[in-house]
Design a protein around this ligand. Structure first.
Ligand SMILES: Cc1ncc(C[n+]2csc(CCOP(=O)(O)OP(=O)(O)O)c2C)c(N)n1
Length: 298
């Protein structure tokens, strides 16, 4: 990871993250804005492609994995956090940013979300919450509202949805934010704050999905979101207040940095056996002749 084409630029540009591949999301999909906001945040924070790892889960959002430059990983459904946390532990010089859908993150991979928050691994995680499994064309997910008719549930969803923030706050997170896919400037500001955080940052993006989420389209969110900085007396260091502010998903939806623990200690800084080691685990990897190991089974 020490050699690259960009020579650790001090002046990172949008073109550094350019990819020749063409984005293929549906017209007006929220993923366009999210991808633009991530590039904007990386450029604003002056992080070159050789110093970041972008990890994508399987899903519509994951189809952006080869449409942006830099080091990237595209994993199996629901498992992106396991890989991203591992990568951040192996090489602390690299800024790790992971992306997942509500399907993979709160369905197949919900255990990984629990471990990532509890472990306080030093990564940014962006939840693309479009309230359905988009890539499999409108399957109900764990966040789809009850009673809604989806392609997988033509008679209406019969389970109650998970309240994302109630769940996340129950795990004592160190950074929690919410933003909206229709506002690139707001998203990139939130991504910048999360990149600077020391520990696991959880960001829920309320994402429009014009093809399969007809309950909460772009305009629906736009008329309801309100940044916490516009709420008088809001204190983003107060976890109880943050939890309360995040509760409402119907009338006034709180966005912004909802909570940040100023005393956050990330996973690797809690490992006593690594505190006096200056190098990274990735530097300690040795070539192991696996043939010899296999020989023992012959
Ligand atoms: C373990 C596993 N379960 C199911 C699938 C099938 N699958 C692929 S993409 C997808 C939907 C993804 O939905 P979500 O994670 O919400 O992301 P989105 O497409 O909405 O961005 C599913 C169910 C899979 N590939 N692997």
């Amino acid at each position: 990871m020490n050699t690259c084409d960009c020579h650790h630029k001090t002046d990172v540009r949008f073109s550094d993250y350019y990819s020749e591949n063409i984005l293929t999301w549906c017209t007006n999909c929220g993923n366009y804005g999210i991808q633009a906001a991530i590039k904007r945040a990386l450029v604003a924070e002056n992080i070159p492609p050789c110093r970041t790892l972008l990890c994508f889960d399987v899903g519509c959002h994951g189809n952006g994995a080869d449409k942006i430059g830099g080091y990237r990983f595209h994993g199996i459904h629901g498992r992106v956090l396991a890989f991203a946390c591992g990568a951040s532990v192996a090489n602390r010089k690299i800024k790790v940013i992971a992306f997942g859908g509500d399907g993979g993150t709160l369905g197949e991979g919900i255990n990984h979300l629990v471990s990532a928050i509890r472990g306080n691994y030093d990564i940014t995680f962006v939840l693309h919450n479009n309230l359905n499994y988009g890539l499999t064309t409108g399957q109900a997910s764990a966040t789809t509202k009850s009673g809604i008719k989806m392609n997988s549930s033509p008679d209406g969803v019969t389970s109650d949805p998970i309240h994302v923030m109630n769940f996340v706050f129950s795990l004592n997170p160190s950074f929690v934010a919410r933003t909206f896919s229709g506002d690139v400037k707001h998203m990139s500001g939130i991504f910048q704050e999360s990149i600077k955080h020391n520990g696991f940052s959880f960001i829920e993006v309320l994402q429009s999905c014009p093809s399969y989420n007809h309950m909460t389209p772009h305009q629906w969110y736009q008329s309801r979101v309100k940044d916490v900085t516009q709420m008088s007396g809001y204190n983003f260091r107060d976890i109880k207040a943050a939890r309360q502010a995040a509760e409402d998903l119907e009338v006034q939806i709180a966005i912004g940095v909802l909570y940040q623990n100023s005393k956050s200690v990330p996973f690797m800084q809690r490992q006593a056996n690594r505190l006096k080691v200056s190098g990274d685990l990735v530097d300690e990897v040795k070539v192991f002749p696996t043939e010899k190991l296999f020989d023992t089974f012959r």
